[in-house]
Design a protein around this ligand. Structure first.
Ligand code: DX5
Length: 226
């Protein structure tokens, strides 16, 4: 049984001077959730959104917010991003030595736990906590910036993860993030990803966001059903 395709924009390419309006436009365009790429200039060489920025946008839309914590110290920041209105928190397995405890804390705070893996990180790092996760994010770029090239060699990793999830009967989504466009989304969906993050490619649609969301969803759905 295929898991529903979800199209998730990264707001990295959005107009930061109008983020509230940009969230309204994304919700109107039919996105399934909004991803906030939180970067601390330490784990990744870029600096982006604090919790207050996200909180200021929260009241403008109802769509789910997920915080992609590309930060060196996620355990100290969990509650601030949850309090800001994020319903899901994605922590990088490379940033916490006690992942089992971190995921339990996210759940205890009433939030949905997810884990992200950098391209070189093995699936073994989440194999023993799949029962604690609602989603695993397989990065298809090295984190830090939008507009990078899709790393196609991550597709076998996505398929292997799908195998682990189905063998164990876990209820876990697979997300991919980085370089997802009309030409790469089919490979990712065919490999097993059902939650697809797009930033620059989505914003590049000359016909607008709604057309872009529809187009990406159509391609991914067709690929998923083979
Ligand atoms: C990487 C970021 C990007 C962003 C999407 O640190 O997480 O992957 O979300 O970027 P695009 O879709 O422009 O590659």
């Amino acid at each position: 049984m295929n898991r529903p395709i979800e199209i998730v924009p990264s707001v990295l390419p959005a107009d930061f001077s109008r983020l509230g309006e940009e969230c309204v436009a994304l919700e109107a365009a039919g996105v399934d959730r909004i991803q906030w790429d939180v970067m601390d200039g330490n784990f990744v060489p870029n600096l982006t959104f604090g919790p207050d920025v996200i909180a200021s946008c929260r009241e403008h839309v109802d769509v789910m917010f997920e915080a992609h914590l590309m930060v060196a110290n996620p355990d100290e920041l969990l509650h601030t991003y949850i309090d800001a209105g994020c319903e899901m928190v994605i922590v990088h397995v490379e940033t916490t030595p006690h992942l089992h405890r971190t995921l339990g804390r996210i759940r205890d705070l009433g939030c949905s736990p997810a884990a992200a893996l950098n391209p070189s990180t093995h699936l073994d790092s989440v194999a023993h906590v799949l029962d604690m996760l609602d989603m695993v994010l397989v990065m298809t770029v090295n984190p830090g910036f939008g507009g990078q090239a899709y790393i196609q060699s991550m597709e076998p990793k996505v398929s292997a993860l799908q195998g682990l999830i189905s063998e164990g009967g876990y209820d876990v989504d697979i997300e991919v993030d980085g370089g997802i466009s009309s030409s790469t989304i089919s490979g990712a969906a065919t490999a097993g990803a059902n939650v697809l993050v797009s930033g620059s490619a989505l914003y590049k649609y000359s016909e607008g966001l709604e057309h872009g969301v529809r187009d990406l969803r159509r391609i991914a759905t067709e690929a998923q059903s083979g």
